[in-house]
Design a protein around this ligand. Structure first.
Ligand code: AGP
Length: 606
């Protein structure tokens, strides 16, 4: 999604803005621009395309050297990607960058047109700029307040006023925005990586807050204009964590970081060989009285929830369900007091997931956020937060965040099982130990990634693939399929293995590639039969199973074997070759691995 950077201080603002925007590239974008407040009128440069196009434009039309400006990368919502629709957008004395969506922009535009204003873009953001200019009579905060009172929708804003040199004004509702503190310089940004090179000290703006940044101070006000004292946070991530560190792509680096991320997420929560969640705000009392668990998220996070659901059901013997956040939020779900709603999100900013959380809270359920980004909107809105410790995930395709989400959900399942006495202490201890042993089992899979690369080369020219598996393997099939299609642009579908014969098997013909996942002992034979059904009809099968599995020769064309561990934990191992398979397919097909087309890292619109 769109990225925002603002800077005021002693450095060359254009350079700081471009550098900050580069660190937000991973969010996905289709155009970019900056505005600078030097001497005289505001300088604006913007263009469709990547930052290299903006760089070229700045070379043709050199920007003034000055210390204050705002920058933006746009992910199109209202109006196609084009130079005109790129940000910043201006009114007569005002220039702004905007993340989010103004829902009533059409009405506001009509009003402004009647008042004699004309527009040069199709965007809702330009309407905001013109409305702000309409309300501006010398008091910027008053103008911002009046404007935002008339606006419906979501926004994170960084604004320059022509007659307020050296100052940046900021405001947010629903879309995330942080301010960063330096010595004689201040920053505003939509995400931490944009600031890391200059400062680790930051505050998260809360709903409805506004900020004024000058080189020596930052003032924050609530929606009524009263000053607010902000808590300062320190970003734990350093620059190195947000760089590729010798890997050709962030995705590959992040796949390899999974063992460390898993350790960082699990170890602090194990005491005396047992899992504890009290320090995360999850009391045993709460777990004891929980009637059902509902796990909600989008995309990969939802797929993690599907594995978590099965772990909770089979270990804690309590009803558990998963739901897609965008469905959950609009269907008046049956959740209430004594229900535990687990909200899963890497970014903590996904709009549908945040809305699902708010709804669950309204209905009286206890909301537990499993989130990677500290201080994110979802983390702050939930009753309790179980932070995953994956570090920054930059590639659009989620990999290490998925593994740590699984780890967090296994910990919840194990604690539930323990306090509800659904499993013996010995059994929980054994599984906790097995979970702690997973990073060591992941290593050899990652070290032997050349085998997966070779297999990817054999399947890279396929136009469509199927993934199949049962139960936890079905959840994995969904994730493997999503990973493949999002970064390689190859069509693929995932099926519960037993479901294939109810329609989809008609698509299987000679040579149709099928990735079959069979890691669960109690249903191994069943999956095997389903694979045979597909193979008999011509499927070319890549079979993923445990080291010890007996694989009849007539079942598979290629076999990928995984180290042995408890069936329940197998997703933590089986996901690795699926991620690597998608990665190499994407590389071999020459795709933009880290920034696939049309996608954004943090989906802050509906
Ligand atoms: C995963 O590869 C995707 N990029 C996407 O499905 C992602 O998991 C989803 O948008 C949810 O994001 P979140 O975890 O930040 O909420």
């Amino acid at each position: 999604m769109c990225g925002i950077v603002g800077y005021t201080g002693f450095r060359n603002a254009a350079e700081v803005l471009l550098d900050g925007l580069r660190h937000l590239e991973y969010r996905g974008y289709d155009s970019a621009g900056i505005a600078l407040a030097g001497e005289g009128p505001l300088y604006v440069a913007k263009t469709q395309g990547k930052l290299s196009a903006l760089d070229a434009l700045l070379k043709q039309n050199p920007p003034p050297v000055c210390g204050c400006g705002i920058g933006h990368t746009r992910w199109a919502t209202h109006g196609a990607p084009s130079d005109q629709n790129s940000h910043p957008h201006s009114g007569r004395r005002v220039t702004l960058v905007h993340n989010g969506i103004i829902e009533n922009y059409a009405q506001l535009k009509l009003f402004l047109e009647k008042a004699g204003r004309s527009f040069s873009s199709e965007t809702d953001s330009e309407v905001l700029a013109q409305l702000l200019d309409h309300h501006y009579h010398g008091d910027p905060l008053e103008a911002i307040r009046c404007t935002l009172a008339e606006v419906r929708g979501s926004y994170a804003l960084a604004i320059l006023f022509e007659d307020q040199p050296g100052k940046i004004f900021a405001a947010r509702r629903e879309s995330p925005l942080i301010v960063g503190y330096g010595e004689g310089e201040q920053f505003v940004a939509s995400d931490i990586p944009a600031l890391l090179k200059y400062t680790r000290s930051y505050s998260v703006l809360d709903e409805g807050e506004m900020a004024v940044l000058e080189n020596r101070r930052v003032q924050v006000f609530n929606a009524f204009g009263q000053p607010v004292e902000k808590q300062r946070l320190t970003a734990e991530w350093d620059m190195e964590a947000a760089e590729k560190g010798g890997y050709p792509h962030f995705m590959l680096k992040e796949i390899h970081e999974q063992a460390d991320a898993l350790r960082a997420t699990v170890e602090p929560r194990v005491r005396g060989g047992l899992p504890f969640l009290d320090e995360d705000g999850i009391s045993d009392e709460l777990l004891r009285r929980t009637r059902q668990v509902v796990l909600v998220g989008c995309g990969t996070a939802m797929h993690a929830g599907m594995v978590g659901r099965q772990a909770i059901e089979s270990l804690a013997r309590i009803p558990a369900h998963t739901d897609i956040a965008s469905e959950f939020r609009y269907r008046d779900p049956l959740v209430g007091p004594d229900d535990l709603v687990v909200i899963v999100s890497q970014s903590g900013e996904t709009l549908d997931t945040l809305a699902a959380l708010k709804l669950a809270r309204e209905k009286g359920a206890f909301t537990l956020a499993v989130v990677n980004v500290v201080g994110s909107s979802i983390a702050r809105a939930a009753d309790a937060v179980l932070y995953t410790h994956a570090g920054p995930e930059i590639a659009v395709a989620s990999t290490k965040a998925y593994s740590v989400q699984l780890a967090a959900l296994y910990l919840v399942a194990l604690r539930l099982a323990l306090v509800r006495r659904a499993q013996s202490e010995e059994a929980v201890r054994g599984l906790t130990e097995a979970l702690r042993g997973i990073p060591a089992l992941q290593r050899p899979i990652l070290e032997e990634c050349s085998r997966v690369k070779y297999l990817a080369s054999r399947y890279m020219n396929s136009s469509s693939l199927f993934f199949m598996g049962r139960q936890m393997d079905y959840a994995l099939a969904l994730e493997g399929s999503l990973k493949l299609k999002e970064i390689s642009y190859i069509h693929s579908e995932a099926y519960a293995a037993g479901e294939l014969k109810h329609g989809t098997i008609s698509l299987i013909e000679q040579g149709t590639p099928v990735v079959a996942i069979a890691t669960q002992r109690h249903i191994y034979e069943k999956t095997l039969s389903n694979v045979k059904e597909a193979r008999t009809r011509g499927a070319r099968v890549l079979f993923v199973c445990k080291e010890s599995a007996e694989v009849p020769a007539e079942v598979a064309d290629d076999v990928l074997r995984l180290p042995e561990c408890d069936d329940l934990l197998m997703p933590l191992l089986a996901i690795l070759p699926l991620q690597l398979f998608a990665y190499y397919m994407s590389v071999l097909r020459g795709c933009d691995v880290d920034k696939p087309r049309n996608l954004a890292k943090s989906v802050t619109v509906e």
